[in-house]
Write a protein that binds this ligand. Structure first.
Ligand SMILES: [Zn+2]
Length: 451
């Protein structure tokens, strides 16, 4: 750690996760609510309906009660109302005129738009850039460093907008992109000799695996002092973190999932939330959407509200991510509560108030192979996340295993589920081979309800 200046922002970062920062947040929140009330038609109507007066806001509880959650479903509804005209919808949501947007970024998949980021220069330099710069500073990156920037440069928020926002750190940025051959990345690195590597973890892993054959030496010899990954899960997985750190011979950091940045602690501690003065973070129950107190160990759907800026469309905004938060001090000694990404709201289940992922169920069940075939189905009698208790699981015993032995196995499985994931399922046995062997996450569910 830089003892003279441990943080980029010595005014706000030392007081993260404190009462002092809550006061700052509340003042900024009132100001942004007033701007939305004055200039954004969607929010004018919403506040009128809920009876919210920005100047008289009593606190965060009233804010949560009276401001609607912005989810993918709400965006879909608005698009329906405005004839699928994205620009018309933006005009309803933003406190600025469309012509004031400086940059439009987003994620477009096969089924259309998944995320849209209308950005002004203030959003890019402020919330977005500031978080990246604060995290990069903590990672030891300084103005004399050269950053080999291999995030996608087409449309992605982690591409051009983040690259521009990162500029105020003063480091030299080499814009490479991610749609180039590994050979080309290695050629660029040989010429410019970057000291920091920014990339998706999958690209970093590919470089580890393929660089020796392509250049006759390991990635350690590329000379990076830090690797910054983001955009997809990876560094939070112990195998990936240790593979990358061993191969590159330097610390590997995780950035994103909102405005987080992991620390240099050897064991992954989650991402520190670095910008509480710029973005208000809350958790809600993924089922009822009721607020969940931000206590150590709390799990819920992450909801973000930017407190400054004009365009960035995050106002009680949910990306559908489930986080677990840690409010106790991090062993790395740096400030900011931490969070880990657990998964997505579209595949979480809630059994008697306990949140569980199909992957956790699968992991427990698979410990019992070869006494079972390992194939399973989770029966959903209601639209998830809520599950009618007990959770019902179809399993196949190994060929020949029946009677008392099957009964004992069933007791063992239920006991393991209770011990490891705190739920007691009901097992429904099928003949071996009744279920398909290869399962994608989607077909692990058997829907027994009508949409
Ligand atoms: Zn830490």
């Amino acid at each position: 750690m830089d003892m003279a200046r441990p943080y980029w922002d010595m005014k706000h970062e030392p007081i993260l996760n404190s009462l002092e920062i809550r006061q700052i947040q509340l003042v900024k929140l009132k100001a942004i609510l007033a701007r939305l009330n004055a200039h954004a038609p969607f929010y004018q109507r919403a506040f009128q309906e809920s009876g919210l007066n920005p100047e008289k806001l009593s606190g965060f509880r009233e804010f949560k009660d009276k401001v609607p959650l912005f989810t993918a479903d709400l965006l879909k509804r608005l698009l329906g109302e405005y004839d699928h005209d994205y620009m018309a919808v933006l005009d309803q949501l933003l406190p600025i005129k469309l012509e004031q947007i400086d940059l439009l970024a987003g994620t477009i998949g096969g089924s259309g738009l998944h995320a849209l980021y209308p950005l002004t220069r203030q959003d890019i330099d402020g919330t977005l850039g500031e978080t990246l710069v604060r995290g990069s500073w903590r990672a030891g990156i300084r103005s004399h460093d050269r950053i080999l920037y291999c995030f996608p440069l087409s449309l992605a928020i982690e591409g051009v907008p983040s690259l521009i926002g990162l500029q105020k750190l003063g480091a030299t940025i080499i814009p490479v992109g991610n749609d180039v051959q590994l050979q080309r990345i290695l050629q660029i690195q040989a010429i410019f000799r970057g000291t920091v590597f920014f990339a998706y973890p999958t690209l970093a892993e590919r470089l580890v695996d393929e660089a020796p054959a392509l250049m006759g030496k390991s990635v350690r010899e590329l000379g990076f002092k830090a690797v910054i990954c983001g955009g997809e899960p990876g560094v939070g997985i112990p195998r990936v973190k240790s593979k990358l750190e061993d191969a590159f011979g330097c610390p590997v950091f995780d950035v994103g999932a909102g405005l987080g940045f992991s620390c240099r602690h050897k064991t992954y501690q989650g991402m520190h939330w670095l910008s509480e003065d710029l973005c208000y973070y809350e958790l809600v129950d993924p089922d009822t959407k009721e607020p969940i107190p931000l206590k150590d160990g709390a799990v819920g759907e992450a909801v973000l509200t930017v407190l400054e800026g004009s365009g960035m469309l995050l106002f009680r905004h949910s990306f559908g991510d489930i986080h677990k938060v840690f409010t106790e001090p991090c062993p790395c000694g740096q400030t900011g509560f931490r969070f880990k990404m657990l998964g997505r709201t579209d595949n979480i289940l809630k059994v008697r108030g306990i949140m569980v992922y199909p992957d956790d169920i699968k992991r427990v069940i698979q410990q019992f192979t070869p006494r079972i075939t390992g194939n399973l189905r989770i029966i959903l009698e209601e639209k998830p996340p809520r599950v009618v208790s007990p959770l019902k699981i179809r399993l196949e015993p190994a060929t020949g295993l029946k009677g008392e032995r099957q009964g004992n196995l069933e007791k063992e499985i239920i006991a393991a589920m209770k011990r490891e994931i705190k739920i007691e399922p009901q097992i429904i046995w099928l003949k071996p081979g009744s279920l398909k062997a290869k399962q994608t996450p989607a077909d692990i569910f058997e829907k027994a309800y009508k949409e």
